[in-house]
Design a protein around this ligand. Sequence first.
Ligand SMILES: Cc1ncc(C[n+]2csc(CCOP(=O)(O)OP(=O)(O)O)c2C)c(N)n1
Ligand code: SF4
Length: 286
Amino acid sequence: MTITADSFKTGYLPTWCPGCGDYGIWMSLKNALGELSIGPDDGLIVYGIGCHGNMYDWMRTYGFIGLHGRALPVAQGAKLANHRLPVIVVSGDGDCLGEGGNHFIHAAKRNPDINVIIHDNQVYGLTTGQASPTAKAGFKTKSTPEGVVDEPMNPLTLAIVSGATFVARGFAGDPLGLTKLMVEAVRHKGFSVLDVLQPCVTFDKVHTYGWYRSRLYSLSASDYAPTDKLRALTKAVEWGDHIPVGIFYREEKPTSEDREPALAEGPLVSQRESQGNLDSLLEEFQ
Ligand SMILES: Cc1ncc(C[n+]2csc(CCOP(=O)(O)OP(=O)(O)O)c2C)c(N)n1
Ligand code: SF4
């Protein structure tokens, strides 16, 4: 059966604010899954808590909504149980880098074959627009009426130095470019991080679609090669009149599943022996 965006219809329509960048990410993800022939029954999407996580209701796939910031531990557990299952995490900048920051660093260090898509809108959207970890200094939000006083966290540099083996940035207003990046990110074997610049049209009147469009340029249009870690870090800190999008860093390395001896005989879910061990373990508690 051919998988298309329509394969993921749930019968419910999104309740995101009209014009929200989440629509572009949602469309791109459905198209990317179609292109990858990953159908509703073929993979798992784990969501964080936030406007982004509401996508769960509009995607007919296996899905799980973690506690706020805890999507990655759930995803890693699922991957460990069945490492042949494609596992994608849909998270927010608050969910992934604030509440879930520690999990993000340690997941990147371990390099599980999981793809993380960060809806990076610089605010806590669902709780009505407080500054998030990626909010830029001086940005006025509900929680920072005089402007953010701290420097922002950079998801790309954090991912690179923590050990992520595929690090990219896309734009919610460019669904075609974003779909291509998602396809590459999911195909990558290892921990892939796709930071998506996502306008929150309700609580951010500064970083609009126009603001981004006048600044974004594509790394793939230059001679940039995403193989040099130091060069990737230099590119990743570029922000201002010119903002790069594309693949910043990519490296082939064994995943945590490759290195885990317990998985050598196949996925845990299909190891009958481990089921036996579990039964005897449970007996001890009866
Ligand atoms: C442990 C915990 N702290 C705080 C909250 C309240 N809360 C729910 S959603 C949210 C913000 C989500 O922001 P983000 O992850 O950036 O996602 P967005 O809504 O912008 O998509 C917060 C703080 C919570 N549910 N659990
Ligand atoms: S509050 Fe912002 S992030 Fe949330 S749905 Fe509305 S526009 Fe999107």
